[in-house]
Design a protein. Structure first.
Length: 262
């Protein structure tokens, strides 16, 4: 049996199979490839289960009572309340919206920043959001939205710094992020939403992108091929993370001096 050529004339084009569209990663693959995002979602969900159990056992949310942002308690020395509100949520809808937002935004930040930087930005933005709320609002609050706004701000800062590297794609994505941030801040003007926490987290996230963020530059191996190399890896900037932590805690101390904090 011999091979034969396809029966086509010179005027008839050879048919080709249509291109196969790239497959989107599954939920499991998305979380496995972004371990810090997955770990934070898991811990937050476990804490929420604990909140629900304490409501059933004691008739009130013990974890929320011990960890929500409370100006009076923070002023009395309960400084853990600068961080614990990031893990606490008020109802199923609240945690559902925040964790879905983290599931969408988290990988977009963790991939270019790496897990250590991502984790630092998430929690420092969360603390920055609580500090902003402490400075400008007397209402108690809880939720991960300040930290998530920090990730949004970090991604915006990253795209701004790399606009010459990624070109029009970065500029388009940056405009989308600005629109999403402004839209959510406008929604945050509704009663019962701690918008000061959103603003604080967003500002800290943007600042951390400049201080801790990667700096990718193309390195060409041949005239036609190259790769992006981080010129500012985490191993060189982790000490800035320590300084940034001290700076955010210093902002929290200044926030405690605000007349709104008392």
């Amino acid at each position: 049996m011999t091979d034969s050529e396809p029966n086509t004339s010179a005027d008839e084009p050879v048919r080709r199979a249509p291109p196969v569209p790239p497959q989107r990663p599954s939920v499991l693959e998305r979380l496995t490839n972004n371990p810090s995002t997955a770990a934070i979602i898991l811990i937050t969900v476990v804490v929420f289960i604990g909140q629900t159990l304490t409501q059933q056992l004691y008739g009130f949310d013990l974890l929320l009572a011990l960890g929500a942002k409370s100006n009076a308690d923070i002023m009395q020395g309960q400084i853990w309340r600068l961080l614990t509100p990031v893990f606490l949520h008020i109802g199923l809808l609240h945690i559902g919206v925040n964790m879905y937002s983290l599931y969408i935004i988290g990988p977009a930040v963790e991939r270019p920043f790496g897990s250590p930087r991502f984790t630092a930005i998430y929690f420092l933005s969360g603390v920055g959001g609580v500090a902003s709320s402490l400075a400008f609002s007397q209402q108690p609050s809880a939720g991960a939205s300040g930290a998530i706004f920090g990730l949004l701000g970090a991604l915006a800062g990253f795209l701004y710094l790399h606009r010459s590297v990624f070109g029009k794609a970065a500029s388009g994505q940056l405009r989308q992020i600005v629109f999403v941030a402004l839209l959510n801040l406008a929604i945050g003007l509704s009663p019962g939403i701690d918008n000061w926490g959103h603003v604080g987290g967003l500002v800290v996230g943007i600042a951390l992108a400049f201080v801790l963020g990667p700096r990718y530059q193309p390195v060409w191996t041949t005239p036609d091929s190259g790769r992006l190399v981080d010129q500012q890896p985490w191993s060189q900037v982790w000490i800035r993370g320590v300084v940034a932590t001290a700076a955010v805690l210093g902002l929290a101390f200044l926030a405690a001096l605000s007349p709104f904090a008392r």
